[in-house]
Design a protein around this ligand. Structure first.
Ligand SMILES: *Cc1c(COP(=O)(O)O)cnc(C)c1O
Length: 800
């Protein structure tokens, strides 16, 4: 199975293809084409080449009867795809020149693409990186998700407060998907169970259709492309003609509107469980459509259903698709007549589960009335699974069915042959906490697969200055084998090379400053340290620790305005769940602090704060290459892995961080001397919470913290409403569950160490460059190889 690389494409060929698509796919003459027309025409020209490698890959997988990997995820945060395609096909120069020949600017055309935000944050972005790595590695795979009409909301600020507007990515023309009206499955909900002659039949009360839309995801050098298949909900009976004929037009359209609700919106929360019926409907909709599709493909190639685990690996991205366990057992037992025990064994042979969080409020569980009302047969099967597991493990004490609930974490664990955590620390904590009993019963089931990010998007494409320097220095082998970045280490000892590394960073910072001046109307000093915290807003991520420390620094600068301060630009970005009031208050506080500090003539040239609106993949690609300092300051034990931390280190930012998630492994790889560590460990955190008045004691011991808190409490940043942030100060001085007060002193110390290091550019640049050279292990290619070997028993079909 020699997989040919795609034919070389000349600038002229590409230019002709763009014009051909402009005219004949979009009916537009070049003289009358607008920006969107050019972007669509270029996208189609690129897509043609992606489709060629997609067909070749699918053909190989079919011919070989290959085992397929199916990645089930409620979220795929794919971002823009045009540059990704161009970069992976190696057509950057040709595309730039072809557009120039047509009088168009490459960067402007690329920037016209909407950012598909079909995910909340890290979990959805991980799924997107995994799809790209699966294609790069030539592993036959499908991503299955939902084609939400509205992705994550668009964020803006009004008086410093977050305003949410619907995201409407589908209103623009979308270049990448192929509608598959023939891949249509009828999905049932509710209804009755009928038992006749030992057979159980489920008669759902209502139905919707799931229709597939396919997006090809191309890997590095276009050698392979896999499919992202997203399901859209359609009415099974689209139109009530009798109602229409009666003149009741609203009633006539109702079935269509109700059905479409299922794929209408992404739930905008990644940290609290959504105990809502619509969410469970969405989850079952995805799972049921995916399993039908998987079995249809299996049946085309194989005849013995007992071979399913040899040919099918299904990965559950968190518990959201956990109903796949009962649904697969139902299909195998009720519909295909396998004995129950055997159906369970086969299902377990296919399924594996990734845990993403230990936060108790995020662990999904459904009331049995809601679950059984929507999925009556699945509730029965969950009980049968639970009973079978009890019988096999009599010493078990925790049930997945306690308190009239269905606990999806326990269900996922029991139905999976492997369960994985996403960083070494997180996996160990999983064994000790949420899954301690199941781990004792199944000590071989939990494995670790530390997260990774794709180096094509997160270095090669987003940071052309640095990636160009790297390729000039060590060749381009690093793109497919990221650990080869280690070969940079000798060059890092060369002062002239370090200057070039620094010049790349400095140019990225100038670009970002110019963009911020144009878009935000704020000019910042590109020689200042760019100190960046971008991620979802959450108390455990502790943006409030960062802003408190910034306030304390400002106060100290005002005490001694002529001291030798290291100038800083403190940048934030991130969305808060619309119902998460405290997180939204922190956004407003940061914006209020920014207004006061940026207007202070005494300190404004040394300390600036900016909260950039509408954080998404595109904004991350703009900010990360320009960062000096990466803020990874979660309460230890709370961040399962993080992937933002990896993107920053790879792009030559230094981390200031706690021993949490993958920070631990990043520090091990880049070297403790190249990482600003502070704060309590996960076990310190558990102990500290037991200390009475731990926050009050910490505040008493640190006058800086006391003064910063007093400014928040006393209305320094909200003079028009003095008590606006009293509750924030009370929270930090009171219960302080996330230990902001207790970690403040250490955080301040580490932050001043960063200041001192930044004032010595030679040392700083060397440390930053070592972060790049030693972050190669955090490629999602390494992560996917781990899953293929330890979990999926899947292989690559690329020959080299
Ligand atoms: C990488 C990424 C994340 C995850 O960031 P963390 O810092 O790991 O939480 C979230 N959102 C976007 C847009 C990303 O690119």
């Amino acid at each position: 199975m020699n997989i040919a690389t795609p034919p070389q494409v000349s600038t002229n060929t590409l230019r002709d293809a763009i014009v051909r698509h402009l005219c004949y796919s979009f009916g537009r003459e070049p003289d009358f084409a607008g920006l969107e027309d050019w972007r669509m025409a270029l996208s189609y020209a690129i897509r043609d080449h992606i489709a060629d490698s997609w067909f070749r890959a699918a053909g190989t997988a079919r011919r070989e009867g290959a085992k397929r990997v199916y990645y089930l995820s409620m979220e795929f945060l794919i971002g823009r795809l045009l540059e990704d395609g161009i970069v992976n096909l190696g057509l950057v120069d040709q595309a730039r020149e072809a557009l120039a020949a047509l009088g168009q600017d490459y960067d402007t055309v690329l920037a016209d693409e909407p950012d598909a935000a079909l995910g909340n944050g890290g979990l959805g972005r991980l799924a997107a990186c995994f799809l790209e790595s699966l294609s790069t590695l030539g592993c036959p795979a499908y991503g299955y998700g939902i084609r939400y009409e509205h992705g994550l909301f668009r964020q803006s600020f009004q008086g410093g407060r977050q305003i949410e507007a619907p995201e409407t990515w589908l209103l623009q023309r979308h270049a990448w998907e192929f509608e598959r009206p023939e891949a249509l499955f009828r999905i049932g909900f509710g209804g009755e169970i009928e038992e006749t002659g030992g057979k159980v039949l489920w008669h759902p009360a209502e139905h919707v259709d799931a229709e597939a839309y396919d997006t090809p995801i191309v890997g590095w050098q276009g050698k392979w492309a896999n499919t992202l298949r997203l399901w859209s909900a359609k009415a099974s009976d689209p139109f009530d003609l009798p109602a229409f004929n009666r003149g009741d037009f609203a009633a006539a359209a109702q079935p269509e509107a109700l059905a479409r609700t299922i794929s209408r919106v992404l739930y905008p929360d990644d940290t609290t469980e959504q105990g809502r019926e619509l969410r469970l409907k969405q989850e079952f909709f995805l799972v049921a459509a995916a399993l039908r599709d998987i079995l249809a493909r299996f049946d085309k190639e194989h005849s013995d259903i007992r071979k399913l685990p040899e040919k099918v690996a299904i990965q559950l991205n968190d518990t959201h698709p956990a109903v796949a366990g009962p649904e697969l057992v139902r299909i195998l037992h009720d519909e295909r007549s396998l004995p129950f025990e055997e159906a369970m064994e086969i299902a377990r042979g296919c399924l594996s589960y990734t845990n993403h969080t230990l936060l108790p409020e995020a662990l999904e569980s459904w009331g049995e009335d809601l679950f059984g009302g929507l999925l009556p047969r699945h509730l029965q099967i969950a009980d049968l699974i639970d009973n079978a597991h009890y019988e096999a493990n009599p010493s078990r004490t925790q049930s997945m069915r306690a308190d009239h609930q269905v606990k999806m974490g326990q269900l996922s664990f029991v139905m999976a042959h492997k369960v994985n955590g996403v960083s070494a620390l997180h996996t160990e904590l999983m064994k000790e906490t949420v899954f301690s009993e199941l781990h004792r019963l199944h000590p071989e089931r939990i494995v670790n697969q530390t997260n990774g990010v794709t180096p094509r998007r997160w270095l090669l494409a987003c940071n052309p200055r640095l990636s160009g320097l790297i390729t000039e220095t060590i060749g381009d082998g690093w793109v497919a084998d990221l650990e080869r970045l280690r070969e940079l280490e000798p060059a890092i000892e060369d002062a002239a090379w370090r200057e070039r590394f620094d010049a790349a960073k400095r140019a990225n910072k100038v670009d970002l400053s110019n963009w911020m001046a144009a878009e935000q109307g704020v000019s910042v000093n590109p020689d200042a340290m760019f100190d960046v915290q971008i991620k979802r807003m959450h108390e455990y991520k502790r943006q409030h620790l960062n802003i408190l420390e910034t306030i304390a620094l400002w106060q100290e600068m005002k005490d001694a305005p002529n001291a030798d301060w290291t100038p800083r630009v403190v940048l934030f970005a991130g969305k808060a769940a619309p119902g998460y009031a405290f997180a939204k208050d922190i956004i407003r506080l940061i914006n209020d602090v920014a207004a006061v500090l940026n207007a202070d003539p005494e300190t404004g040239d040394k300390l600036q704060v900016l909260f950039l609106p509408n954080y998404n993949v595109t904004l991350a690609e703009r900010l990360i290459p320009a960062a000096d300092l990466s803020e990874q300051i979660s309460t230890a034990g709370k961040e399962a892995s993080g992937t933002g931390n990896m993107k920053f280190a790879l792009n030559g930012a230094m981390t200031i961080g706690t021993l949490d998630g993958a920070n631990v492994e990043i520090r091990e790889h880049v070297g403790a001397e190249n990482f600003f560590l502070f704060g309590m460990t996960a076990s310190d955190v558990t102990e500290r919470r037991k200390v009475e008045s731990h926050a009050a004691k910490a505040i008493e011991a640190d006058p800086r913290l006391a003064r910063a808190l007093q400014a928040v409490r006393g209305g320094t940043f909200s003079p028009d409403e003095v008590d606006r942030y009293t509750h924030v100060a009370d929270n930090i001085a009171g219960a302080d569950y996330f230990l902001v007060a207790s970690d403040f002193t250490e955080y301040w110390r580490a932050s001043r160490e960063a200041d001192a290091a930044f004032r010595d550019p030679a040392t700083w640049i060397r440390k930053a460059a070592l972060n790049t050279a030693r972050s190669g292990w955090f490629s999602s290619d390494r992560t996917i190889r781990g899953y293929m070997q330890d979990i999926w028993a899947a292989r690559s079909y690329l020959s080299d």
